[in-house]
Design a protein around this ligand. Structure first.
Ligand code: MRU
Length: 309
């Protein structure tokens, strides 16, 4: 099953807000539908946001809309994943938006398979691997980046165990990564976010593997909580790898220039549909944090493993 499909000049997205309970597609007929899907996280994950944004531009083009205006509105949907900006600019520069978007769709799958190929040697037979958030097929067109490396290692016959942390507030680890692993019978266990440090202290995690929303000079931006996992990994000598396509790289930027998305309070105040704090509680809800390069063992890309700079 693909995260997205382009059919009859419409973009169909698996509605990730409904997983794992329901598998339904959200239909985008206009570029405004794509913006809504990105903002509400029907589609999420840097590469998936990028390719969806590309098809958003195609929808704008097919409707005869002003492409510069559509590009600027699409770019305003979420700030942190650089793939969004990369994809929209690539379509703007193309004489044939639809063909370019379809090319990006196919490239994404191939890129992730290459990330899996280059990354699988870092995983040893018998490893237990912690992953944070969802950098899987659902975060891309298919296969995934961090979970793509896990898929590749598993396909090579390595006996591995995966640990997904919940990834509060929206539970991408619990709802999406666990579900993806279960679909392929890859052994997986779920932990609360705060258990990661303890398990590393106990020697129960051999590697950490996460994705990225932006790789820049000095570090990597990824889902909130990545920094705490990386700090624990450094303290307990657990190798910490980031898997990301080159479309996530933004070496023109340095740490102070990365915009970290702040999302609404309801994501923190609610656990599912259940309120967990007094009404009117003030909330801070940064959606991403930054892992500095000295905490990163390597960045796995489609071209090989790079040292962070
Ligand atoms: O807020 P999200 O769910 O879009 O955040 C996703 C992540 O942080 C992923 O780890 C990242 O985009 C890499 S996806 C291959």
């Amino acid at each position: 099953m693909k995260t997205m499909l382009w059919e009859d000049n419409q973009l169909l997205l698996i509605d990730q807000t409904k997983l794992p309970d329901e598998i339904v597609y959200f239909t985008c007929k206009t570029y405004q539908d794509v913006i809504k899907a990105i903002k509400t996280m029907v589609v999420r994950g840097a590469p998936a946001i990028g390719v969806s944004a590309a098809f958003g531009m195609v929808l704008a083009d097919l409707a005869g809309e002003d492409l510069e205006k559509a590009a600027s509105e699409i770019k305003n949907s979420r700030p942190t994943a650089v793939n969004l900006f990369w994809a929209v600019d690539r379509i703007l520069a193309s004489p044939s938006p639809r063909d370019e978007a379809l090319k990006m769709y196919q490239e994404d799958i191939k890129t992730n398979q290459m990330i899996g190929k280059h990354g699988s040697p870092v995983i040893d037979d018998g490893d237990t691997i912690l992953t944070h958030c969802n950098a899987g097929a659902l975060a891309c067109v298919d296969y995934g980046t961090a979970l793509g490396v896990i898929r590749a290692a598993f396909a090579q016959g390595k006996k591995i165990n995966v640990i997904c942390d919940e990834t509060r507030p929206l539970g991408q680890g619990a709802r999406l990564s666990v579900w993806e692993m279960q679909q392929e019978n890859i052994p997986v266990k779920l932990i609360v976010d705060s258990a990661a440090g303890y398990l590393m202290q106990q020697g129960k995690i051999d590697k950490v593997l996460i994705g990225a929303d932006r790789v820049f000079k000095g570090g990597v931006a990824n889902k909130i909580g990545s920094l705490m996992v990386a700090l624990s990994a450094k303290r307990y000598g657990v190798p910490f790898y980031v898997a990301a396509p080159l479309s996530t790289f933004d070496y023109d930027k340095s740490i102070g220039e990365i915009e970290i998305e702040e999302r609404g309070p309801e994501e923190v105040l609610l656990y599912g549909n259940c309120r967990i704090a007094p009404e009117n509680t003030e909330v801070l809800n940064p959606a991403f944090d930054i892992v500095p390069d000295d905490l990163i063992s390597g960045i796995i890309t489609e071209k090989g493993i790079l040292d962070p700079i």
